[in-house]
Design a protein around this ligand. Sequence first.
Ligand code: SAM
Length: 209
Amino acid sequence: MTEPTPKMPFSGRLMELLMQPLEHLRARTIEQAHGKILEIGIGTGRNLAYYRGVETLYAIEPDAALHPIAQQRAAQAGITLELTEGGAESLPYPDESFDTVVITWVFCTIPLAEQAAQEIFRILRPDGAVHYIEHTASPHKGMRSLQNFFTPPWKMIAGGCRLNRDPHTILTQAGFHHERYRPINTAPWNPFPVYAGVAHKSPPPTEAA
Ligand SMILES: C[S@@+](CC[C@H](N)C(=O)[O-])C[C@H]1O[C@@H](n2cnc3c(N)ncnc32)[C@H](O)[C@@H]1O
């Protein structure tokens, strides 16, 4: 007998609606994840279909209403999902215990983003990497002012999302070195410029020399 489909909560429906136009960006980032992997803020588990050769995935997500949806998608992808309820500001894992951290469109909603970046640094192995896709503060002054103005109301209707966060800088300040930082759509009129990147704990060889 097949398991009944869990009901999608309102928070999940809103998230899926807002994230739908960005679906095509996921595969390239998620396919690179390897070893022992932690996904932060897994939400409804939209990334699960894109992992390759992954048997067990660790994940943390504060919204427990989304867990059954993520678990169902994990089962469909043939992945055992070790899912914990909680926030990235206090990760319940030992130091240096993961090879890869995946984080997609989450930094904007984390209340204490700097603390979360420090926690990610702590739980990654020395040769570990963070693979991320995030929307950020605009590089264009005019749009950045608009983002600052609209962030308070937007935050109220979009699950705590801030338009003017800068995850690249937050990761750098936590001690990470960026290997690739790929702008995806940074037009001056775009309030959601997106960047994909890989951040390492150790500097790349040229930087270390
Ligand atoms: C825009 S959704 C993105 C979900 C998923 N990563 C994706 O790509 O579809 C943001 C997610 O971050 C989660 N989140 C909010 N605060 C968080 C925190 N402090 N730590 C970890 N995740 C958090 C939300 O519950 C939500 O699932």
